[in-house]
Design a protein around this ligand. Structure first.
Ligand code: FES
Length: 125
């Protein structure tokens, strides 16, 4: 069972409700974007990935060892473009629900972030 979505406003370093996170038409061809929020020593990393006509947003933290999925840049998908991949040990995740389908955390989920998509843009709730 996936954990409930994160409410960013309640997270250390999380942005206020209603914050513009990304515009769909500004995502690169591979559809991914990393967002990093800082408040003092607190860091919150999110990943945005285009999915269908919209996008999904997850905490950028692998359920296996807690590292960010990407080692660099904004690319989160595997070579097929059909799954998210953790660069640390290669776990694969469904884009749509964040479930790990292969790798050391198989069956676990990425943490979903509560967002609203309207007028072609993604906002925190
Ligand atoms: S930290 Fe992601 S697969 Fe190990």
């Amino acid at each position: 069972m996936p954990p409930p979505p994160l409410e960013l406003e309640d997270m250390p370093a999380g942005p206020a409700s209603g914050t513009l996170l990304a515009r769909l038409d500004a995502l690169p061809a591979h559809g991914g974007k990393e967002l990093v929020f800082r408040d003092g020593n607190m860091v919150l990393r999110l990943l945005v990935q285009r999915y269908g006509h919209g996008a999904v947003v997850y905490e950028n933290r692998c359920p296996h060892a807690g590292t960010p999925l990407n080692m660099f840049d904004d690319k989160f998908v595997d070579i097929t473009g059909g799954r998210l991949i953790c660069r640390t040990h290669g776990a694969l995740f469904n884009i749509g629900d964040g479930k790990c389908v292969r790798g050391p955390c198989k069956g676990d989920h990425l943490r979903t972030v509560a967002v609203e998509i309207r007028d072609g843009a993604i906002y925190s709730i």
